[in-house]
Write a protein that binds this ligand. Sequence first.
Ligand SMILES: Cc1cc2nc3c(=O)[nH]c(=O)nc-3n(C[C@H](O)[C@H](O)[C@H](O)COP(=O)(O)OP(=O)(O)OC[C@H]3O[C@@H](n4cnc5c(N)ncnc54)[C@H](O)[C@@H]3O)c2cc1C
Length: 481
Amino acid sequence: MLEEAVRSGVVEKLSKIVGSENVSTNKADLYIHSYDMTQAEPSWPEILVLAKSVEEVQAVVKLANEEKVPVTPFVAGGNVGGVAIPLEGGIILDLKRMDKILEINEVDMYALVEPGVTFGHMKAYLEENHPDLMYTYAFSPPTTGVITNSLLQGLDNLSFRYGAASNWVQGLEVVLGTGEIVRVGSCAVSDSWHAVVPMPELTGLFLGWQGTTGIITKMSVALWPKVDHTASLNFQCANFDDTYRLIRALARSRVPDDVISTSFPLSKVSMRAMRGEKANIYPAPEKKEGEPELTVSVEVSGNTEEELQARIHVIEKIVSEDLKDINITIPTAMPSGRAGFPMQALPVLSGGGGLTWVGCYGPLSRWAETCEKGCQIQDKYDITRSAYTRVLNEGHFVGLRWMCPFDKGDEETVRRIKAMADEQTDMVVKMGFVPYKTPVWCVRRLEKEGSPEWLKLHRNVKNLLDPNNILNPGRWGKPAE
Ligand SMILES: Cc1cc2nc3c(=O)[nH]c(=O)nc-3n(C[C@H](O)[C@H](O)[C@H](O)COP(=O)(O)OP(=O)(O)OC[C@H]3O[C@@H](n4cnc5c(N)ncnc54)[C@H](O)[C@@H]3O)c2cc1C
């Protein structure tokens, strides 16, 4: 914590940088930055700053570096990993006011955006101004950031084709812990933000680091041509092995745009929420005779109706011929519900303020066993089975999480959720999966798994880019002192 004299001096200087109306030490303003939806312990920032430009971000970071004040960048706090909670106090640097879409390049298909640009902004802007292009969307609320999702390596509705969201970064502008501004990608040497190759690949110094090595002030992200003909197919599977065979076969076909598997009981919780009821996951409901274990929803698209129907036909053929020994009914193709936010996010937020998951990326080959083990751990704690899987990179790996909306006010639920998450984390790491949007306790857990050389490299990168350890300190690269 800062000494009072230091704090008031810093507040005065910050007010000169961003204007006093954009600096606050008011407890009511700080409170919402002290916690998130997960079970992570709260930790208060001391000063809230709302920056509007890269120059302001740079001046704030330079000041913080001189005064050795921690700075945690923030957009909406919707990461579901506690990773924007300022572990060591200091400044919370809210970037929502930096919300400009600076360029949409129709031909090279990229968008150059500031950190406050959200999925909601992007979708609305493209639909109004560039209806032939689309971006990829997460299940998160439309108020969450495009840049934050990419820097956290998120999983979105085009991830089946293109992998984690960090894969569609085409260039970055970053303020380092020293206050220097650097650009990486083609934009470093050209006025075009079209790609990060062919040069030494430096975006990795910032992607996956949770803002601990630099504050991204501009990002170029890939866009894609919008397809006009889309459909959804929703399968129901009796068990984990059948589901595995179905998603593996779908991945090998390379036909879908998106493949998601969800525990059937989670759909029931969501239905309750849709009816406006409280959707808690504890205690777990009884499994009814004949109920499926998992559902698999598949998004398909085509440039023409004929192409779409041909793709659907490939899927139907896989199920009726290659998988004929298992009992999967071929569903009727329905209109696609892709990126229909905000509806898709709301059900999981109505459980009583809490939302958490052990989320991880891992090999498809070990998915069925890992997914089942995670569900069995949920049974042990009488928590509703809530596995959610997205197939990434055409089956090269999967994103897997057990989504738990929970009542934050109910101590017993919180105790169970914490114990269950610990057990699931141990299990997934043993199975060779790696937790994503890594909460700080998982970072420390992973640091024990990696080699000393791997750890040393992380520490060196952090020291190089943020020598005074002011950026979101205590997480990747350096534990709390
Ligand atoms: C209901 C729900 C469903 C979700 N579903 C998905 C999903 O399907 N797929 C998915 O990928 N995600 C999902 N998420 C998570 C969420 O979409 C992303 O992680 C999100 O985009 C980041 O949230 P945010 O903008 O609120 O960032 P924040 O939480 O504010 O910040 C995230 C991290 O980035 C750091 N940071 C912020 N700005 C910068 C910057 N400019 N430079 C460097 N570091 C910075 C912060 O310090 C923090 O560590 C879901 C979230 C919710 C609530």
